[in-house]
Structures are given as C-alpha cells and as structure tokens.
Design a binder for this molecule. Structure first.
Ligand SMILES: Cc1cc2nc3c(=O)[nH]c(=O)nc-3n(C[C@H](O)[C@H](O)[C@H](O)COP(=O)(O)O)c2cc1C
Length: 432
C-alpha cells in the first residue's frame, strides 16, 4: 500500500483567523523564533514530509486584526535547518516580486545548509497592497504574472544547472580553484529577465531545491504541470479535489512529466470526542460575527448579499466570465461549485467562512478524521494533505498525537524517516 504525503502550513498562532484571540493563544510569541522551532520539531516528531511557510509582503491586519506574517520565510528556514534533522523545509517565493538569480541563490544556499531539505513554493502574489511596496501601482493581471512566473522558474532551473560541484577543484599547487568547463553562463534574454552569468553557488542538477506551486487558476495549473513537484491546492469537497487532480495528471502527461503531487489544504478539529472537537471550532467561529462573514462572502462574490435569506439555498451564481467586478477566480469558482453540488444554504456556506476560506475542514474523533483522510486518498482525490491546524501548537499537537498513529497503524503513513532529503520524503526525481 502506498503512503500519503503530509506537510504542514505554519501561520501565526494557527490557521483559524481568530486563533490569536483565544485567552491562552501564543500571539505574543510569533516574533520569537523558538516558537516556530518548536512547531517544526513537532512536525518532525510526527514524521511529516515538510514544514511549509506561506508569505505576504504587507501587513494584513485589516483582514485578520493582527500582524499575521512576521519573519521573512527564507530567513526562518535558515534557523530551522539548524534545529531539525529530517523534515523538509519549504518557503513561499513570489515570482512577481523577486528576481530569479537572487531567489535561486538563496534557495541553493539553504539547500546546502539543510543538506537537501529545501523546497520553494512559487506564487504570483495576490494584492495591490503588496505591489505598492515593490514600485508598482497595482498587481499585474493574472496571465501576465504567470508568464513571468514561467520565465522565473525556467531561469532558476537554468541557473541550478549552470555551475555544478565538479567545477570546484581547489588545486593549491597549480593555483586553480575552478574548472571552467563546468561553469556555463546561462545568457538568458527573455521578456521579463536578462540573466547573463552562472549562479555563484555550486549545485548539482539532482540536488536542486524542489518546487511547489499554490494557485488553482488555469495558468496556475499550466505552470504546475510544466515545472513543479507538488501543488498546495484548495478543495472544499471530494469531487472538486478529484477533478483538480485528474486535470493536473492530464496536463502533466501532455508535458511528458511525472504528475506533481496534489496536496489540498486541510483544517482538522480533532479530540477524544466529537463534541470536544466541535467545541473548539464553535469557540473560534464565535469570534467572527455573521455580519463579518457576510461581508467576506460579498467580497468573494463581488456582490452585495445582505438581503439573502440565511436558511434558504444559495441562489444560482453566474459564471465567472459574466461578473463585472474583479474577484479571485479560483475562490469564486470553488464557492459556486460547492453551492451547486452540496446544495448549501447561506448559513452553511457562511459556516465555512470561519476558517481559512475555501479549504477542506474535518471535525471529529481521531478515527473519524483518519478515515476521511484515507477515503480521500483512496479515491484519487489527493496524494496527501497540506495540514492547516486551526490553533498552534495545540491543534497540531492533537493531530500528531491522535491521528498520525492511526494513519501509521493502518499503513498510510511512515513510522520512521527512511530518507534525509525532501526529494526522498516526497519520492520525486528532479530531472528538469
Ligand atoms: C492554496 C493556496 C495558497 C496560496 N498561498 C499564497 C501565499 O502564501 N502567498 C501568496 O502571495 N500567494 C499565495 N497564493 C496565491 C498565489 O499567489 C497565486 O499565484 C495567485 O493568487 C493566483 O492564484 P490562482 O492561480 O489560484 O488564481 C496561494 C494560492 C492558493 C490556491
């Protein structure tokens, strides 16, 4: 039987936007690196494939009420690489704001610091507020951002092949440190980037950092199928997840590549009893009044919904192409599909706006949680999950202590690490 892949997304005091408001929350520790070290070590105790950092380039307090992103993620991974031994370490990198030479160099440095445990999650960023911090008046349109992302990854891959470890000879007698036949300036001259030289840190082609992608739009999928080893996706329900994974497999086949692993986000509320698990969810959701959720939903749909009846079925939503106001396409389509397939009432839909919008949530006993995860895995809905614990560290501790042992006992998850690298954990070859 094959085993699922599990990675965990770290964000502030948890992935529930109100987690920081709980009386015992660790909000005062998010600026203390020891807090993240503790969580990465907990992930390693659970034998997870990787610890994953999202990122944003602005203060997101307006939406969540608190600071949210704190440390710059590449910097954090340097620290974590010294405090962990096995677990993969993944940083989000924006291809809209970074230069590929700089990104490839930072990632290669980390790859060596961590002895092969690094991954980069390529995103194109989401908000004008971020663009304003990078000399732009607004974020470029999606297609343009993904065209740049494609070239960004292409350049990084060329760089990772441009200066291999054989080049370093350090012949003291002859006074020759480098063998130039192993150094190949890439001379890239494209629409977004001009990069002349080779990278200045040696990499072997097989030891390049692994690539992830997060984004579900069509150009996002094209990028993923062409370039990456794994995808952090969104799926509210199993059918969505199955369709998305099948589409990625189809696209990867056209690219003649092995399909990337598909890991949908998953928020788990787990406890000894269902009631205890549900109690935490209710306690957190209560911080987000219905009026605020209505507002969030209105924003996501690009439409005022204040007069919709809470207990009636959500009305038929128009196709994305018919919308006049600009909204996030992947989120809009996920909402539309879920409303149609699950026949949701407005109240049920708003219930999902308590946690991070758009991701799968399971509330239950350890057995119930493990079984639902296995059901998804067994029905080709995913290759594993990106765990998004609602509170840190408590919800994640519960998952590691209560759910992981069941997955291990049933043969769905490793009991020990058999590899030391991220490539090894994810069972991927990096051939391009
Ligand atoms: C599951 C998921 C996680 C994401 N995480 C981030 C992130 O941490 N930082 C970021 O700037 N963008 C993030 N994005 C958005 C990407 O920037 C993406 O390139 C952009 O919003 C376009 O998304 P789309 O392809 O889904 O339309 C994420 C998207 C998804 C679907």
């Amino acid at each position: 039987m094959s085993e699922m892949h599990l990675t965990v997304l770290y964000y502030s005091t948890g992935l529930h936007p109100a987690s920081w408001r709980l009386p015992h929350s660790h909000i005062d520790e998010v600026g203390d690196i020891d807090f993240q070290v503790k969580i990465a070590q907990l992930a390693e105790k659970g034998k997870l494939d990787a610890f994953f950092l999202g990122d944003g380039q602005y203060i997101s307090g307006e939406e969540t009420g608190h600071i949210s992103y704190y440390f710059e993620p590449i910097t954090v991974l340097a620290a974590l690489s010294r405090e962990t031994q096995y677990i993969g370490l993944i940083s989000t990198i924006s291809s809209t704001f970074y230069e590929p030479y700089l990104a490839a160099r930072m990632l290669s440095s980390l790859q060596q610091l961590s002895q092969g445990r690094i991954g980069a999650n390529i995103v194109t960023s989401q908000f004008d507020a971020e663009a304003h911090n990078f000399s732009m008046n607004h974020l470029p349109p999606l297609e343009q951002r993904y065209a740049r992302a494609d070239e960004f990854v292409t350049v990084m891959k060329k760089l990772w092949n441009s200066f291999t470890t054989e080049a370093i000879i350090n012949d003291r007698d002859k006074g020759e440190g480098l063998d130039s036949q192993y150094i190949h300036p890439i001379q890239h001259n494209g629409d977004s980037f001009k990069v002349d030289g080779a990278i200045n840190i040696p990499t072997s082609a097989n030891d390049r950092p692994l690539l992830f992608q997060a984004g579900t739009s069509l150009p996002g999928r094209a990028l993923a199928a062409k370039h990456v080893e794994a995808i952090f996706s969104i799926a509210w329900n199993r059918q969505d997840a199955q369709d998305f994974r099948a589409d990625i497999h189809h696209r990867a086949e056209s690219e003649q590549r092995r399909p990337p692993l598909v890991l949908p986000g998953l928020t788990v509320y787990v406890d000894e009893t269902y009631e205890q698990a549900a109690q935490l969810k209710a306690q957190l959701d209560d911080f987000i009044p219905l009026a605020k959720r209505r507002m969030q939903l209105s924003k996501a749909l690009g439409k005022d919904i204040s007069d919709w009846d809470l207990d009636a079925r959500v009305p038929q939503l128009p196709d994305y192409s018919k919308l006049t106001r600009k909204v996030t396409r992947s989120l809009y389509e996920a909402i539309k599909r879920a409303c149609e397939e699950e026949e949701l009432s407005l109240r049920q839909l708003l219930d999902r706006f308590g946690t991070w919008v758009g991701h799968k949530t399971i509330v239950g006993t350890p057995e119930q949680v493990a079984q639902e995860m296995i059901d998804w895995y067994e029905t080709d809905a995913c290759d594993g999950f990106m765990l998004m614990p609602p509170t840190y560290p408590e919800s994640f501790e519960k998952f590691v202590d209560l759910v992981i042992p069941i997955l291990q006992e049933r043969g769905y998850f490793r009991k020990m690490y058999s590899e030391h690298t991220l490539k090894g954990h994810l069972n991927r070859e990096v051939l391009d």
